[in-house]
Design a binder for this molecule. Structure first.
Ligand SMILES: Nc1ncnc2c1ncn2[C@@H]1O[C@H](COP(=O)(O)OP(=O)(O)OP(=O)(O)O)[C@@H](O)[C@H]1O
Ligand SMILES: [Mg+2]
Length: 402
């Protein structure tokens, strides 16, 4: 290769790779070298995740941090490049039909872009993307990036590194092609149109999406409050798509805790009595006072709901759910009715359930800021999952602001 940039660039990349065994940091260092050499403003590296068959951005250079964003197999320009195994140059992203039609991700491309599949002799493992070069990308750039991409891909393969965050875990719950239809007048309306989702133990999953897209419908199916029309619902490996009434009751009792937006506490019972009431009907309850302590309400155990603020009532509800010791906690807009400070105290309680108690929490919200504390964020659109993002560095509830 005659390009004088290649030797320097390849040498720097090999040097970087020889010092690192950690996937994300070595990729970011390589990306830094390549964006500098190419005089590009930004770039990223996509890697295939074998557990959910999506491609994720695992390294990123540029003004916005896009790490964790993903695209599904064959549903975007990036996945087409990877699957066709062909380098693609886009000189005018704003007007190129391949990018313009890729609505959700057009912002990731800048003015111009080059996408280079990362190939090993055993197959494609991802894609290198650089954006916003001064001037146009040319054949020399393409050759240089393909060669450097091959060095990176081989190193990843030699070291046995891969991006599979949940590879060795069995999902706690799985939705497979879940469809839900409702009768509306004399017409059947399809609300969920084929949801595929694995949920893992100890994760905080946030579900976003516009009003009416099916968030609560999905949550109700997961919570055993409603049943799917078609598809499969798997609970710890067991098919639970069409449970009997008895199985359903047992599932709700042993697995599910629901935190609603409306607090529905019993008005004539104190905070402690409200929690005790649930503890009494649970199989292995946790000490009610300890639960109140966890949500910061130990001192107020003797208060009636009418003498508590909205956030305090909501936290009693969380204590009540904790007392039941369910494996999965579902929260539908738990902070929607609260001001920011009270909302954050409720979110802190939810954060503790995940981090301290290692429970699984699925939380529906309209508030994109809350999504920043999630381990994973899915967005529903018109009955389908339109995007999945892994947060490599989730914020704490305290760090959120809205
Ligand atoms: N039991 C039902 N019978 C008929 N239609 C229903 C039923 N439950 C929900 N739907 C319809 O399904 C669609 C999705 O409702 P869902 O409550 O899941 O939306 P959502 O995403 O939770 O919205 P929001 O953000 O407003 O809470 C809506 O059009 C709703 O009218
Ligand atoms: Mg809803």
């Amino acid at each position: 290769m005659s390009d004088p940039r290649f030797v320097t660039c390849a040498w720097q990349i090999m040097d970087e790779l020889s010092h690192s065994n950690q996937l994300e940091s070595s990729l970011e260092a390589c990306l830094e070298i390549l964006t500098r050499t190419m005089k590009c403003k930004s770039g990223c590296i996509w890697m295939a995740n074998s557990t959910d068959h999506r491609y994720y951005i695992v390294a990123n250079i540029g003004e916005t941090d896009n790490c964790g964003i993903s695209v599904g197999e064959s549903d975007s320009f990036v996945s087409q490049v990877i699957e066709n195994q062909d380098t693609s140059i886009v000189q005018d992203c704003q007007n190129d039909p391949r990018i313009v039609s890729d609505k959700s991700f057009s912002a990731l491309f800048g003015d111009n872009a080059i996408l280079v599949p990362l190939k090993t002799p055993y197959g494609i493992i991802g894609c290198l993307q650089l954006n916003d070069k001064q001037g146009n990308f040319n054949k020399d750039d393409e050759d240089l990036l393909e060669n450097c991409g091959a060095i990176i891909a081989l190193d990843i393969q030699d070291k046995g590194l891969s991006f599979s965050p949940n590879r060795d875990k069995t999902p706690l719950l799985s939705l497979k092609g879940v469809i839900k239809e409702f009768m509306s007048g004399d017409e059947m309306r399809r609300i969920l149109k084929g949801i595929d989702l694995d949920i893992y133990e100890g994760e905080l999953l946030v579900v976003l999406g516009e009003s009416g897209c099916g968030k609560s419908t999905m949550l109700n199916i997961i919570g055993g409050m409603d049943q799917l029309s078609e598809g499969q619902f798997i609970v710890e490996g067991k098919d639970f798509s069409h449970p009997s009434e008895e199985e359903l009751t047992q599932y709700r009792r042993d697995y599910i805790g629901f935190i609603f937006q409306a607090y529905n506490l019993m008005p004539n019972l104190t905070a402690l009595e409200n929690v005790e009431f649930i503890a009494e009907i649970s199989k292995h309850p946790r000490d009610p006072m300890e639960c109140l302590d966890l949500v910061g309400l130990k001192e107020r155990w003797n208060r009636y709901p009418s003498a508590m603020s909205g956030g305090q009532q909501q936290r009693v509800c969380i204590a009540r759910v904790i007392a039941k010791e369910p494996k999965i906690i579902l929260a539908d807009e738990p902070t929607a009715a609260l001001d920011i400070d009270t909302g954050k105290s409720v979110l802190k309680a939810i954060e503790d359930i995940v981090k301290v108690d290692k429970k699984t929490v699925i939380m529906v919200t309209h508030n994109g800021e809350i999504a920043k504390m999630a381990d994973r964020v899915i967005r529903l659109k018109d009955g389908l999952i339109s995007s999945v993002r892994i947060n490599f560095n989730p914020l704490t509830a305290q760090e959120l602001t809205w």
